[in-house]
Structure formats: C-alpha cells, structure tokens
Design a protein around this ligand. Structure first.
Ligand SMILES: Cc1cc2nc3c(=O)[nH]c(=O)nc-3n(C[C@H](O)[C@H](O)[C@H](O)COP(=O)(O)O)c2cc1C
Length: 267
C-alpha cells in the first residue's frame, strides 16, 4: 500500500474552499471509486487555518500511476489553480502492516529529569496541545483544561508546589473539569480522561523532539490555589517539557519492564 500526504496552503480560507468544491463537484467521490483507491480524506487543522491535509492511500504504485495519468487529475489541477494553492508533498512511502514511526516514538519516550535552559518553540507547543485536543474521552465530553506555564512567575509558582520541575522551561498542567466529565453511578471518568489526554501529549512531545516527564509529586490543593482554578477544575498531572540537558544520563528505570507474561493472561 502507498500513503501520500499533501498539504495544500492558500490565503483567506481558499484551501478549505478548494476542499468544499472538490467534494460538492463530485470529484472526491469519483477518485474514491477509482481502481485501487483505499481512502481519500481531507483534514483541517485548527492551528493553521490556511492549510488542509489530504491523505490518500492506494493499493499499489500502478493504481496510483493510473490515477495520476487519469482525466480527473486535470480537473484537480484546474481547481488548485483557481484557488491558487501551494502544494507540499510530505510523504510518499510504503505503508506497512505497522507504523514504524509510531513504534519509534513509543520506544523513545522516557522520563527526563534534567532540562536545558532552552525554550520550547510555540509551534511545537501547539502541536502538543493539538494531540491533547484529539484524545478520546468518555462520551466525548472533553473535560480537559490545560495550563501552559512558561512565564518566570508561573514557573516560580510550579516550584512552590512541586520539587519536580527539573528546570523545564515549560510545564503543562493537565487538569480536568469534574463538572463536565462523565459520571457513572458513583464514579467519574475525569481522571481517566485527563490521563489519556496527557499521554497523547507526552507521545506527541516525544514525536516532535520535546523531552518530557509525568509528575504526580505536587501539592494539588496548593496548585489549585496559586493558579486560582475554578472549584470544579482539578489538576491531574504536571508535564514538564523541554530539551534534556547534555549531561542527563537517562532514567535508569526506563529499561526495566516486567516480562510480558507477568502482564498478560489469555483467557
Ligand atoms: C502516573 C505517573 C506519576 C509519576 N510521577 C513522577 C514524579 O512525581 N516524579 C518523577 O520524577 N517522576 C514521576 N514519574 C515518572 C516515572 O518514574 C517514570 O515514567 C518511570 O520510572 C518509567 O520510566 P520511563 O518513563 O523513563 O520509561 C511518574 C510517571 C507516571 C506515569
């Protein structure tokens, strides 16, 4: 299989208008019914309003070739011209049974306990937040609230409530709004939801080269006070983020994992 990512960028919303016309003109449906097409999907980003991502997947290179040589391509090119879109093909590779890049991220993520004095660029902060936005939550109620702490004063407040900032220049405090989360009998999913959000964020941070750690050791009551959180907003974890210090030797526990047999029972 082949996957292609194409980023279309325009101005004044022209990329989204292009997608709308691709759909309403029936072009997308026609492409989806072409031989060998597995999927043809557009994705909007809230971070970059002017860019849309097209992800198309094809059975094999021959089918993709005939799509490229086919008559639909001319109509697509005309529309692209009409909306004056720039096009960037980011990936063009075999899609294997598993995603190697994802495996790498899972294996690379590790607790960082010593950070450099180097800020996390805003566009990477945005990517990490977007991963938190896309996390699944019970009944899709999305109770998460995230504080991004980067100011001197804010970091000082973090140091007042936790010994575990490790000099990180950015701390994301993942909170959950208990009044918005799903309640089942006498329990609520507010902690589970925020934990999934935080996990998404840690993995995306690792993916974009930002070292991080999950911190439980902080005074939750005090944090609520110093950041003046509303009564229903509860901090679930701190995620210090940044670039690991050159002399950080790594977390010795990282490689210690139980045998899979201790973890799993097949029934
Ligand atoms: C729920 C949770 C709470 C944690 N709390 C702390 C903490 O308060 N301080 C700290 O230094 N590390 C904390 N950690 C980091 C763990 O010690 C670390 O993830 C673990 O040793 C596994 O190592 P690895 O993340 O490098 O694979 C926490 C991790 C999790 C998942």
């Amino acid at each position: 299989m082949l996957t292609i990512n194409i980023y279309y960028t325009g101005v004044n919303g022209s990329a989204k208008k292009f997608v709308e016309e691709m759909i309403t003109s029936g072009l997308v449906d026609k492409i989806r019914s072409e031989k060998g097409n597995i999927s043809y999907e557009y994705f909007y980003s809230v971070i970059d309003e002017e860019t849309v991502l097209l992800k198309d997947v094809w059975e094999n290179v021959e089918d993709l070739d005939s799509h490229h040589k086919g008559e639909l391509m001319e109509s697509i090119a005309k529309l692209r011209e009409k909306y004056q879109l720039k096009m960037k093909v980011m990936q063009y590779k075999n899609r294997e049974e598993y995603n190697e890049d994802f495996e790498t991220v899972i294996r690379k993520r590790t607790a960082t306990r010593k950070f450099k004095n180097k800020e996390v660029p805003k566009h990477l902060i945005d990517k990490i937040l977007e991963a938190g936005r896309l996390a699944p939550t019970a009944k899709n109620l999305q109770p998460q609230k995230i504080l991004v702490v980067t100011s001197k004063e804010g970091l000082k407040l973090i140091d007042e409530v936790s010994p575990c900032r490790y000099n990180a220049p950015c701390v994301m405090v993942v909170c959950s709004d208990k009044s918005k989360a799903f309640i089942k009998e006498d329990s609520s999913t507010y902690i589970v939801d925020a934990s999934i959000v935080a996990t998404h964020m840690m993995l995306e941070a690792t993916n974009v080269g930002i070292d991080n750690i999950w911190i439980e050791m902080f005074d939750k009551k005090k944090l609520k006070e110093v950041f003046q959180l509303d009564k229903d907003i509860f901090p679930i974890c701190l995620l210090p983020m940044g670039y690991k210090s050159d002399d950080y030797l790594g977390n010795p526990n990282h490689l210690i994992r139980k045998n899979i047999k201790e973890m799993v029972e097949y029934k």
